[in-house]
Design a binder for this molecule. Structure first.
Ligand SMILES: Cc1cc2nc3c(=O)[nH]c(=O)nc-3n(C[C@H](O)[C@H](O)[C@H](O)COP(=O)(O)O)c2cc1C
Length: 414
């Protein structure tokens, strides 16, 4: 799971840049700022402890020996699934590694890039039949000190408890200082990133418990309707992850409606989490070239698995423009925008809602990479002009903000 979520899956040589190591999940700028930690009980082949996953050689560095799961269980206010999990993965962000290129915008990339890794982890746990649950409500300071993090530089973003043990978690050993060799990072001013992260932190167990109580809501019972045919997926998940990469040039050729429909359905299913029972982002599309689907802009009705046309027309130029005027969104068969009413989410979930809204979308984006590559269709995440996306999809999307963008299509032959 660690390798297929955060491991190095290929090394490519570029004339100008030399060798670059690429990883299992996509990451803005290939700067790989998300780290994975493991907190576990004694499991087959591994003693209880707190570990850091090192993608360079797929090894684990011991940070603490002993069973520290109780510290984590307390920090999530004894969330029931976590309280019985033998293994807990914690995903953190080393801010400067990405901020060195993107400055304060890196804070968005925290969730974009954590989300794509999480979608691989969630898919792997599903394939391996290991139960898991994504946890975003936790006392930030307690998780960060368990991992020995200097929170100005690195902080926990998400927790993924794995598996189920019927035994109560024992009391943890006392916590001493963690000695870690800090990788040298370039100096970047992180004040605004630290400030915004702090402002969405939860400070004690009571706050975590009441946050969780606010967010859980039951989905409406809607009978799903299978609107179009599906394409069966043949390769194993591992094969698909090894094949995945961000497409660098699309051919403008069409994909089929069945392929699009399969990708949409596979990418937008439920995420088992402590924040919602259904994905909260809405899905908007521009269809440039899909056999069996008129060119135009669409809203994907997830509940009914149906594409609803918003506007007919050739929007290839707009598709390219919204994705920062790059050729990728212009040449793609489809561009996809995950949008949410952020104001409403913030009113309901407080500042923590920002993390939820971004991660919910980026997990769907990560799944879209996997579903596309499973069908031998190319895909790439993209950056976009926020307000112009809202404008284009208005009035339908007039109160929504874009969280994540993808482009899908046939790869151009190089
Ligand atoms: C959220 C997100 C936004 C991205 N935006 C762009 C973009 O605007 N232009 C681009 O060429 N690539 C973009 N990428 C692709 C990354 O550059 C690519 O993931 C990274 O170089 C790692 O390569 P890989 O995905 O092939 O493993 C984006 C990726 C993600 C996840």
């Amino acid at each position: 799971m660690l390798f297929f979520s955060g491991g190095i899956t290929k090394t490519l040589r570029f004339q100008s840049l030399g060798e670059i190591e690429f990883r299992a999940a996509s990451c803005t700028g290939a700067l790989y700022h998300i780290e994975i930690y493991i907190i576990c009980s004694d499991i087959s082949g591994l003693e209880a402890g707190v570990y850091h996953f090192n993608p360079q050689n797929s090894s684990l560095t011991v940070l603490r020996k002993g069973d520290y799961r109780k510290v984590l269980a307390n920090a999530v206010a004894n969330e029931p699934f976590t309280s019985t999990a033998p293994i807990m993965l914690v995903f953190t962000d080393v801010f400067s590694r990405n901020a060195v290129k993107y400055q304060a915008r890196e804070y968005r990339h925290t969730f974009w890039d954590c989300g794509t890794i999480l979608s691989n982890a969630l898919a792997m746990s599903n394939a391996q039949k290991v139960p898991c649950k994504l946890i975003l409500g936790f006392v930030d300071s307690e998780i960060n000190s368990l991992l020995g993090l200097d929170t100005r530089k690195e902080a926990a973003v998400a927790i993924l408890p794995l598996g189920h043990f019927d035994q109560e978690i024992p009391t943890s050993p006392s916590m001493s200082e963690v000695s870690k060799s800090e990788p040298s990072e370039q100096y970047v001013d992180l004040a605004s990133i630290n400030e915004i992260h702090e402002s969405s932190s939860l400070t004690d167990k009571q706050e975590v418990a009441s946050w969780r109580n606010q967010v859980i809501h039951e989905p409406q019972s809607v009978k799903p309707i299978e609107s179009t045919g599906r394409v069966s997926l043949k390769d194993s998940l591992e094969t698909v992850i090894l094949r995945r990469g961000s497409t660098r040039k699309f051919s403008q050729d069409s994909i089929s409606l069945e392929q699009l429909s399969t990708i949409l359905k596979r990418s937008t299913g439920r995420i088992i989490s402590d924040f919602e029972k259904e994905s909260i982002n809405d899905v908007y599309l521009i269809a440039n070239a899909v056999d069996g689907l008129e060119q135009g802009s669409y809203f994907y009705n997830k509940e009914h698995d149906k594409l609803e046309i918003l506007q007919k027309g050739d929007f290839r130029n707009i598709s390219g423009h919204l994705g920062l005027d790059q050729s990728l969104p212009y040449d793609a068969s489809i561009t996809v925008f995950f949008m949410v009413n952020l104001q409403k989410i913030l009113e309901r979930l407080g500042n923590r809602g920002y993390r939820v809204a971004q991660l919910d979308a980026s997990i769907m984006g990560g799944r879209m990479y996997l579903a596309s590559y499973a069908l031998h269709i190319g895909a790439t995440g993209l950056t976009f002009y926020d307000d112009e996306v809202t404008e284009f999809f208005s009035p339908h999307a007039s109160n929504k903000n874009t969280m994540f963008m993808m482009a899908l299509g046939k790869k151009a032959k190089s």
